[in-house]
Design a protein around this ligand. Sequence first.
Ligand SMILES: Nc1ccn([C@@H]2O[C@H](COP(=O)(O)O)[C@@H](O)[C@H]2O)c(=O)n1
Ligand SMILES: O=P(O)(O)OC[C@H](O)CO
Length: 318
Amino acid sequence: MGSTNGLINAQGKQPLLSFGVISDVQYADIPDGRSFLGVPRYYRHSILVLQRAIQKWNRQNPKFVMNFGDIIDGFCPKEQSFNAVKKLVEEFDNFNGAVYHMIGNHCLYNLPRDRLLPLLRIHTHDGHAFYDFSPIPEYRLVVLDGYDISAIGWPKDHPKTIEALKFLSEKNPNSDKNSPNGLTDLDRRFLMFNGAVGKEQLEWLDGVLLDATKSNQKVVICCHLPLDPGASSREALLWNYDEVMDVIHRYNCVKVCLAGHDHKGGHSIDSHGVHHRVLEAALECPPGTDAFGCIDVFDDRLSLSGTDRMKSTEMIFS
Ligand SMILES: Nc1ccn([C@@H]2O[C@H](COP(=O)(O)O)[C@@H](O)[C@H]2O)c(=O)n1
Ligand SMILES: O=P(O)(O)OC[C@H](O)CO
């Protein structure tokens, strides 16, 4: 039992902070469909999941909400993309508090970074979408841009697009670079719908974690793409999840990594005791069902109270 209504929790402690979570809304004004592997996708219903999430959060009163990306779906008719993202952001703004967005592959199928990021109110230099904030002195949230090196979202002639296409041509021999056919085990992540954290962002992350360590802050990492094979399908992992985790494991401050993208969700604890929780997608909720949650933050754990298809998870720090 969490304390997401502002009351003390089962252990008798008041959380330091609470925040709402939702992922992969992937709204589109199109009939229901299926993923490549046949999983039903409810494109119009997903906005109702978001609306019910906001109603509940407004009763629970978390300090802020994190949207883990893919706010609209790649099948959204392209002439509707801008207004669809705007409509969804306006829905999020019905929450009585701050909302932090991150980008995902489906947002980038719809709009290039220079149009998408201002809509999502991600104001960073050079079109990057990584940032951090400290909602209370004891904690820092770090949002990673998993499509920093990517074949989607940057202009076709951008050095990052060229780097990503070169990388994919070396790692994935299929003509359809979204196909994992023939790739084995962890190599199945080398797909066009994934991406990587670039060198500059890795250096930035290292600096943030050093600063958090000096400030005695605990850190929660948020990224659309999962960072641990134990919590995710191989096909959904960040290309260089291992390099990112090497940086994270240099420090003891990171306690939890949260992600979306792998719609079925997952949870693992890695070899360094870091929790990885991949959030179940709002898009795949059959009509009338939900997937969102509220996380209570304590000094020794994060406690996710999930609604319906989002499983509740206690993440006790080792
Ligand atoms: N096992 C798979 C999964 C996906 N693909 C390709 O990716 C595209 C997007 O997949 P969705 O799960 O979002 O539908 C899909 O159209 C395929 O091209 C694949 O080849 N093999
Ligand atoms: O981003 P999607 O919706 O195309 O789905 C990605 C897959 O879930 C990754 O395995």
